[in-house]
Design a protein around this ligand. Sequence first.
Ligand code: IMP
Length: 192
Amino acid sequence: MKIVFASNNKNKIIELQSMLPESVTILSLESIGCHEEIPETASTIEGNAILKANYVTQKYGYDCFADDTGLEVLALDGAPGVYSARYAGEQRNPEDNMNLLLKNLTDKETRAAQFKTVIALNLNGEQHLFTGIAKGEITLEKIGNQGFGYDPIFQPEGYIETFAQLPLELKNEISHRGKATKQLLAHLKNKS
Ligand code: IMP
């Protein structure tokens, strides 16, 4: 089985390939000749994952999966959500994004939040969605220097550390992306 992962992140591709049986080959966008930027214009996280997977399947004819992630904050009606990468502007700067989020939460009573990852998989003419959620709270300030994005201000449920303080292996075990990926891997192993 050959399947495209609609991502330009080589590390993610290598990591996933290492978790799958030899009968499943993960192809990168580069290796199928897809060098253009795939539109991410949907208004939901699910919608963007589907857009990306469908783009590759329809234009290049490959089975494909794509992921999209957002941070949903309860007191902000689910913002930044699908706009997480560019919350503070098109410069897509994590520091700016975190500063704006902390500012917008200053007077709010609840700091509850969740990360959500959706993986859309097109396989043998069928589409499947896998969703992973990590619940937690937005801290009052940035703590820790590991990880990326909003990690320094996200404290997962059941932990006193932020994602940016936890070892990567532990984060992967409990994270939104880790949970969605586990479901994808189980499905692919079952079908291979
Ligand atoms: P993407 O869909 O994986 O590109 O994620 C969109 C945006 O969500 C990223 O640019 C980050 O700002 C944020 N994000 C996604 N995953 C994480 C995470 O595991 N930790 C912190 N921020 C994340």
